[in-house]
Design a protein. Structure first.
Length: 448
């Protein structure tokens, strides 16, 4: 009977120790990404011996808290946040290329100075200094346009480099997912513990959702089927890789094995692809429109005028687009070629600045370059404001989803500490039984 009592008490000690070890692991991983709270499940052992008494207690399993719906929602909201955040960073950098029209520097201010320089020619058509002023202000405006183009190109290059890095990380995550799938399937089929592997896979799945908007579907064998935009990238122990491909100036993501286009709807990659394929080219197109509008507006009016010698004047601006526009080298070399006069008669043309006045009057004309630039700045500002609102909203949603998931499957330190105290008491009680039985047996032996 003494041996039976010792055996029963020993099960209590062992079970309590296992439970306390599990709690210690939970507490140690409170802040570990992907870690899910574990619970030691204890059950009474079958009755044994001729006296039909209980066999003690045993740990039948250590299970993880799980809520697939909350986990999926958390990953989806994190993917949306990553998408809007990536886009926000690119757009805010691009916005720096465009000065607010009310600023005392930048293209808007320099356009104003450009129109005013024509007033000087109007006032004194024969002044070399006034004509040089037009050349100088023209070159400043051209420089502004070219610098804005360079900054947009730099922003696009940076976004593309980040996208390349993200794709490389995604391929690493896909390979890890396939490896973890294989280990989990093997461990599950052999009856081994998969909890630690599941924690690692949860963390990788979160990374994939954040990076590329991936979704995971649990399979009967314990593996996770991973898809992006309906394209399967991980199935059991197999994983595909994705690569960037430029087609017709559009950057696409392609699954290497199937050569199928992958269209992420969320994640960092989706935000960066929207930036390089949609937003930045749109900004550049609008900036080109400002440059082309300026060249067309000024050159058209110049074509109606005459130089100081009564000859038809050449265009002031050459080239197209904000990156290609330039001041005519011939006019730079000889400012008298500026067609400031409205008459070809001499000597009247020498002192006529009426065409210069006509050009100065184009300032702020409806549909002119100034109005086009204001529209561009307004559009950029509106789009940045919209993505800022999206980041704010998605941050709130992602935080709420993460908190809900953490409340359901995360480690609650207070609960763990209460459970730890309970099992410590259980351990002490079982140990006391062992001590009592041992003392009774020794007393009986001594009495013999």
């Amino acid at each position: 009977m003494g041996n039976l009592g010792l055996s029963i008490a020993a099960t209590g000690v062992n079970a309590s120790q296992t439970a306390m070890d599990n709690i210690a692991e939970n507490l140690a991983n409170t802040n570990t990404p992907g870690y899910v709270d574990q619970t030691a499940n204890l059950t009474a052992s079958a009755m044994v011996g001729p006296y039909a008494v209980g066999g003690g207690v045993s740990v039948t399993s250590i299970t993880q808290a799980n809520d697939a719906i909350l986990a999926t929602n958390s990953n989806q909201t994190q993917g949306s946040l990553s998408q809007s955040t990536a886009l926000q960073q690119v757009l805010q950098q691009a916005q720096m290329a465009f000065q607010n029209p009310s600023s005392t520097s930048g293209l808007s201010n320099d356009l104003s100075n450009f129109w005013q320089s024509w007033d000087q020619v109007t006032a004194n058509p024969s002044s070399s200094a006034a004509r040089q002023g037009v050349i100088d202000s023209s070159q400043t405006v051209v420089s502004d346009l070219q610098q804005a183009t360079t900054q947009l190109q730099s922003t696009a290059a940076g976004a593309s480099a980040q996208l390349t890095s993200t794709v490389s990380q995604v391929n690493g995550y896909l390979a890890q997912m396939a490896q973890l799938n294989s280990q989990i399937v093997l461990a599950k089929s052999s009856g081994g513990s998969i909890n630690s592997l599941m924690d690692q896979r949860n963390a990788v799945m979160t990374d994939l959702a954040s990076s590329i908007g991936a979704t995971g579907v649990s399979q009967p064998d314990g593996s996770l089927l991973v898809q992006v935009g309906g394209v399967t990238l991980v199935q059991t122990n197999w994983s595909d890789t994705v690569a960037l491909k430029a087609t017709g100036g559009v950057t696409q993501l392609v699954a290497q094995t199937s050569n199928v286009t992958v269209n992420p709807s969320s994640g960092t990659a989706a935000g960066l692809m929207a930036a390089v394929n949609q937003y930045l080219p749109g900004f550049q197109t609008q900036l080109d429109a400002v440059a082309n509008n300026l060249a067309s507006t000024v050159n058209t009016q110049l074509a109606a005028g005459f130089t100081a010698t009564g000859a038809a004047g050449p265009a002031l601006f050459t080239g197209t687009g904000a990156g290609g526009i330039a001041v005519n080298p011939a006019v730079v070399a000889d400012p008298t070629l500026i067609a400031a006069a409205s008459t070809s008669s001499l000597p009247a043309a020498t002192n006529d600045g009426s065409n210069a006045q006509a050009i100065a009057n184009l300032y702020n004309s409806p549909g002119g370059p100034d109005a086009t630039y204001r529209t561009l700045v307004q559009n950029v500002g509106d789009q940045v404001a919209a993505v800022n609102d999206s980041v704010s909203s998605n941050t709130s949603l992602a935080n709420t989803a993460k908190q809900n998931l953490q409340a359901a499957v995360g480690v609650n330190q207070n609960n763990e500490l209460v459970s730890l105290m309970n099992f410590q008491q259980t351990y002490q009680a079982a140990a006391k039984v062992i001590s009592t039985v041992d003392s009774a047996v020794q007393s009986l032996l001594n009495a013999v």
